[in-house]
Design a protein around this ligand. Structure first.
Ligand code: ATP
Length: 234
C-alpha cells in the first residue's frame, strides 16, 4: 500500500530523516519506534504532507504522492491522528467528528461513518453535544481516532496514542486498534513504548537519528541489540 523510497526530509532544508526506506502492506499494523527526537513524528508528517521531502519518493497505492498537498493525501485516505490529540476544545464532540469527514470523498458518507464511530466509542455517542474540552485525556484520544476514521482512512497513522494515558485507557485504546486491524484497516503505529508496540504490531521499524536502525518482525526487533542501543542512544 505504501512505499517509502530513500526519503530525505527535514525542516528549512536541514535533513532530519536520512535515506529512509520502508513499506507497509494493505491490512498490516506496522510499528514505528525510536527514542525522543529519532524522527518518528517527522516521518509521519512527511507521509501526511506536512513536511516536504528534500529527496526520495513516497508511493501510495502505486501513485507518487511526494508532491501532493496534505489535503489531497487525506482525500486518498492517508490520515494522521496527531500526537497530543489536538481536538478542538470549544467545539462539540459531534462537530469535531463531522470536521474529520469534511473532505469531498468522506462527506457523502458522514452519517454512516458517524454511526460506525459511535459503535466503536459508545462513550462519545452518549456525549455528542458536550464540548470536546470537557473530555478526559483518554476520551480525547478516542475522539481523535474517531475523527481520523470519519475521514475514511485507508492508512491510519497514530502518533503516540498511549502518551499520557492511564494504563486502563492504554489497554482500551489498543483493543480498539486491534479491532480496526481485524476489520482490515492498515495502521502505522508510532510509539515510544517498545513492549506495547511489539505486542500489537507484527512488523516494526526502529528509527535512530533519522535513519532506520532495525526492521523486521516483532521478535527480530525485540532481540536485535541495536534496538536497545537506539533507545539508550548508545
Ligand atoms: P518525540 O518522540 O519526542 O516526538 P520524534 O521521534 O517524533 O520524537 P521528531 O519530533 O520527528 O522526533 O524530531 C526529530 C528532530 O527534528 C529533532 O531533532 C527535532 O528537534 C527536529 N524538529 C522537529 N520539529 C521541528 C521543526 N518544526 N523545526 C525544526 N526542527 C524540528
Amino acid at each position: 500500500m505504501l512505499e517509502i523510497d530513500n526519503l530525505v526530509a527535514g525542516y528549512g532544508g536541514v535533513p532530519v530523516l536520512r535515506d529512509v526506506n520502508a513499506k507497509i502492506a494493505a491490512g498490516e499494523i506496522v510499528g514505528l519506534l525510536g527514542a525522543n527526537n529519532a524522527g518518528k513524528t517527522t516521518l509521519i508528517n512527511a507521509l501526511s504532507g506536512m513536511v516536504k521531502p528534500i529527496s526520495g519518493r513516497i508511493l501510495f497505492l502505486g501513485e507518487d504522492i511526494s508532491k501532493l498537498t496534505p489535503q489531497a493525501r487525506v482525500e486518498l485516505g492517508i490520515v494522521q491522528v496527531p500526537e497530543g490529540r489536538l481536538v478542538f476544545p470549544e467545539m462539540s464532540i459531534r462537530e469535531n467528528l463531522l470536521l474529520g469527514g469534511i473532505n469531498a470523498h468522506a462527506r457523502k458518507h458522514r452519517p454512516q461513518q458517524m454511526e460506525k464511530v459511535i459503535g466503536l466509542f459508545p462513550r462519545l455517542g452518549e456525549r455528542l453535544t458536550q464540548s470536546a474540552g470537557s473530555l478526559s485525556g483518554g476520551e480525547q484520544q478516542m475522539l481523535a481516532i474517531g475523527r481520523g476514521l470519519m475521514a475514511e482512512a485507508k492508512l491510519l497513522m497514530l502518533d503516540e496514542p498511549s502518551l499520557g494515558l492511564s494504563p486502563l485507557f492504554v489497554q482500551y485504546i489498543f483493543e480498539i486498534i486491534d479491532r480496526l486491524h481485524a476489520d482490515g484497516l492498515t495502521i502505522l503505529l508510532v510509539e515510544q513504548n517498545l513492549n506495547l508496540t511489539l505486542r500489537h504490531a507484527r512488523r516494526c521499524y526502529v528509527l535512530e537519528r533519522g535513519q532506520v536502525a532495525v526492521e523486521g518482525d516483532a521478535d527480530t526487533v525485540k532481540n536485535d541489540p541495536r534496538t536497545r542501543s537506539a533507545y539508550l542512544g548508545l
